[in-house]
Design a protein around this ligand. Sequence first.
Ligand code: KIV
Ligand code: ZN
Length: 390
Amino acid sequence: MSHSEANRVRIFDTTLRDGEQSPGASMTLEEKLQIARVLEAMRVDVIEAGFAIASNGDFECVNRIATEIKDSTVCSLARAALGDIDRAGEAIKPANSGRIHTFIATSPLHMKVKLQMEPEAVIEAIHGSVSRACTFTDDVEWSAEDATRTEIDFLCRAVETAIKAGATTINLPDTVGYATPQEYMDMFKAVIERVPNSDKAIFSTHCHNDLGLAVANSLAGVAGGARQVECTINGIGERAGNAAMEEIVMALKTRGDVMPYHTRIKSEEIMRASKLVSTVTGFTVQNNKAIVGANAFAHESGIHQDGVLKAAETYEIMTPESVGVTKSVLTMGKHSGRHAFADKLKDLGYELGDNAFQECFRRFKELGDRKKNIYDEDIVALVDDEVATW
Ligand code: KIV
Ligand code: ZN
């Protein structure tokens, strides 16, 4: 895998902004600060701390995070309105490295129905908003909201305008989670190829998960030339959520053989971040969630348990330690085999003779047919009872 700067993918975390837009996920200042510290420790490149104009509380969150966080760029969102941009500029003032992220919709539907603006007026607004943002910081990101439903000629014009006005990051969001990976990759390729000054900016993905394609689309965007990925911890976000950071980071880390890109994320911090975001928001992580679900490193079937006991790589494509999980779990249940049962007995401190072992294993299987989860205490009780009858 090449570790050149050209292949580095910046991680832009929007847990505190788009993530917080999940219904029911609002966070207090203290909670946001706690998450921001963990994101900084993970070496996230950009933390989108909030939407400064949204409320005084949001302004304060962005401002406090900008004051405290020193190793990640701190960003505030702003619409293409001067008041929004000035408020964002004020909020990020204390940052070591501060960014303003301004956006406007570019799809025909959004321009006509939502903005009620003519395309020419949108182009003017892009120029005006990016230029204004540049008066506060030289790190300005511009997003074409609903980019994936925007006509390509207009999208190229809009991007060219934003770069000319001084934007250094161009984000092409799949706002409604509508694109397929092929389409999303092709859009980046087309825009990067057609916009004359595209090399002046870093292109960014921002994918929503309405069709369950947010991570696949983000990776396709990278293959199409994007070098920043916008994502959230546990994939929280509007509606079905945003692309999950842990999945993107581990996909790039695990499959560098076919995707020669890298991030600078300290993946060992992933589990800590996931648990914190889940506790703060009250959103539980589903058991089978990739990377951070309770079952992501758990094996139940006898065949798999036997394989993992012989060599973890038989059924694990990454180590649990690489994402901050202490070790894999061999869950005990009716699917478990002799090998895993023997291993569990050893862990629990038992050494049984052959006959006692066979009898205990038989009773364990019987128990498994009756009981969904078999805990260590169940096994201890079963073995103690068996041993007492010998
Ligand atoms: O989904 C989206 O388009 C957004 C923009 C504000 C970047 O969140
Ligand atoms: Zn979004």
